[in-house]
Design a protein around this ligand. Structure first.
Ligand SMILES: [Mn+2]
Length: 373
């Protein structure tokens, strides 16, 4: 049995005003090319197919074309929903996708969780949101991580009669290396599932959710995050991107990581205001997109410098962040934790829908907040 494991496509992702779909298309072309040359039986997609709950048309076209090209090669595809995917949207495309040999598992379910192909069984665990996993289990007093572990045990039993057994899951596993700040990792720790839960009842565990490529060293079996297919945001600047080619034989599976070429690599530069212009040529020669930290020395000259940089670098320059003596550059989340719930919600809304929070929704939010408090 030969499989490709990919994850975290995030179709429809934008960086500032720039669409990253060309970056995704570039990655998917490489996956299709590899599939054509190495004829896997299956492609596993470990969640976060789309970046937003209601994907735009261009993103849908990109993903459906990818599915159709794999169908053209006679390859079956198994897809699970990630936390960015909407359960209901994934459900809405499920039946039509079957026609393209794409098998979608839209939400955690005890009834619909196994995909079988000959001697191979794949246990599917789409992103278990707290709400769904709590209502799907009899014992709601257990912690989130316990409930997920139990679900994985259940899945292990469902595949135990099969020769080859795989778990396909969108989860945060404790101890996995995040690209973001330490602080974010600890916040997520509440939802972290212990690596021991990934039992050796599975020959291979195909994970999605964490965007950095890694093997889960403490798991009793071969468990991998293959990470995002391209550098999604500046926290992933400088990191290489991969997918896995897995050959299941009796005994140990053969796992080969395939490195992806990046269309627009992301780079972060940190410089003093005074040196910015002298480094302009260097910035212009960067292949991809840029985020710039500028250490402010002379406020009066700042607007002119910023204009000049914008003009010279154009779309390549995604973001300038000014650093003064008072404000150290702070990570996104540290900044967020100082904001009140309304500001956090505003920030979330802006990120999710690329527009400002409407007044009526703001009123509603404040009403609910008052109730909750
Ligand atoms: Mn993701």
């Amino acid at each position: 049995m030969r499989l490709l494991h990919i994850a975290d496509l995030h179709a429809g992702k934008t960086l500032g005003k720039v669409s990253r779909n060309p970056d995704l298309a570039h990655a998917l072309d490489q996956v299709v090319k590899f599939a054509r040359e190495n004829s896997p039986d299956l492609v596993l997609v470990a969640g976060d197919v789309f970046d937003k709950a209601n994907p735009d048309n261009e993103s849908k076209e990109l993903i459906f074309d990818f599915f159709l090209r794999l169908k053209g090669l006679g390859i079956e595809v198994v897809v699970i929903a990630g936390n960015h995917d909407s359960y209901d949207f994934m459900k809405s495309i499920k039946k039509l996708s079957k026609l393209a040999n794409v098998h979608i598992y839209d939400r955690p379910s005890r009834e619909e969780c196994i995909y079988q192909m000959g001697e191979l069984k794949i246990a599917c665990l789409p992103y278990p949101s707290e709400r769904v996993i709590t209502s799907a289990s009899e014992d709601s007093k257990k912690s989130y991580a316990d409930l997920v572990s139990r679900f994985i045990n259940y899945l292990a039993k469902r595949v135990e009669d099969s020769r080859y057994r795989i778990l396909l899951a969108h989860l945060f596993i404790a101890g996995s290396k995040y690209t973001r700040t330490e602080k974010e990792a600890t916040i997520t720790q509440h939802y972290a599932v212990q690596p021991a839960s990934l039992t050796d009842s599975f020959d291979y565990v195909a994970l999605g959710h964490v965007h950095r490529y890694q093997r889960i060293e403490n798991a009793p079996t071969y468990a991998y995050y293959t990470g995002s297919l391209y550098q999604l945001d500046f926290s992933e600047a400088g990191s290489d991107k991969f997918f896995n080619f897995v050959i299941l034989e009796d005994g140990t599976p053969k796992v080969e990581s395939i490195r992806l070429n990046l269309k627009n690599p992301l780079s972060v530069f940190d410089m003093k205001q005074g040196e910015a212009l002298s480094r302009l040529e260097e910035l212009k020669s960067e292949g991809g997109y840029i985020k710039l930290f500028i250490r402010v020395e002379d406020r009066a000259k700042l607007p002119m410098l910023v204009d000049r940089l914008r003009e010279e670098l154009g779309d390549k320059l995604i973001k300038i962040e000014l650093v003064t003596d008072q404000t150290r550059p702070v990570a996104d989340l540290e900044l967020s934790s100082r904001l009140n719930p309304l500001d956090l919600y505003r920030e979330y809304y802006r990120a999710a829908y690329s527009k400002e929070l409407p007044q009526d929704l703001e009123m509603k939010f404040l009403e609910l907040l008052k109730k909750a408090e």
